[in-house]
Design a protein around this ligand. Structure first.
Ligand code: PRP
Length: 210
């Protein structure tokens, strides 16, 4: 019997694209495409078990070994710094972490900058390097509203197409880091299931480089 590899996939559009890559690599599990609300799918012959989890939870499953491997955004890896191996840049889900503000924003370095974000860790690191005093306002979504209502001076958030910023009259004033989806592995799993995990990584890598 094959050794099973547990794969945490991020729910949503990105996760579906990633599953398609696994399928093309020979790790198919057709039942996953059926219209149902199941969260766990398994193909014993191919040696894989997939589960759909909230994108921001993938690293938790992988770090604690509930999943051997998973797909997480670089934003989550930078924010939470989980103790996992990063095996491959999948070149999907590409966007950037950026600082944005209203068009008429002028930074007054004499004052503490109020920054609204879902990513306090990334924000802190960025402004520490800039030696800028900031006050972090942690929000959980719809960050773009903060500067409009005067809750913050700027925001640190993900920009993909730029549409959300544009429609809310905000502009990028700094790019912090490019973001994309990464294949990650639990450290112990990688040690004990090296061949199987490297096999998956290599067959995904071929598709990334195409
Ligand atoms: C993300 C991000 C921006 C938006 C950027 O939000 O926080 O709001 O996508 O995409 P765009 O540049 O293509 O417009 P998400 O959809 O994850 O929702 P959220 O408001 O809950 O963060």
């Amino acid at each position: 019997m094959n050794e099973m590899i547990n794969v945490a996939l991020p729910k949503g559009r990105l996760g579906k694209k990633v599953y398609d890559m696994f399928e093309r690599a020979g790790y198919e599990c057709p039942s996953i495409k059926e219209d149902n609300r199941k969260l766990i799918f398994e193909n014993e012959d191919a040696g894989v078990r997939y589960f759909w989890v909230k994108p921001s939870d993938v690293t938790i499953y992988v770090e604690r070994g509930a999943a051997d491997i998973g797909i997480a955004g670089k934003d989550i890896l930078l924010e939470y710094e989980p103790d996992v191996y990063e095996l491959l840049d999948l070149n999907l889900g590409k966007c950037r972490m950026a600082v944005a503000a209203k068009g008429d924003f002028r930074d007054n370095t004499g004052r503490t900058l109020r920054v609204a974000t879902k990513f306090p860790g990334i924000t802190r690191n960025f402004y520490e390097k800039e030696s800028r005093d900031i006050d972090i306002i942690k929000l959980n979504g719809s960050i773009e509203i903060a500067p409009i209502l005067g809750l913050s001076d700027v925001i640190v958030d993900i920009v993909e197409t730029g549409k959300t910023l544009k429609e809310n009259d905000l502009e990028v004033i700094d790019t912090i880091v490019p973001i994309s989806a990464r294949l990650i592995a639990n450290k112990a799993s990688f040690k004990f299931k090296t061949k199987a995990i490297e096999g998956i990584r290599d067959s995904l890598r071929v598709q990334v480089n195409q």
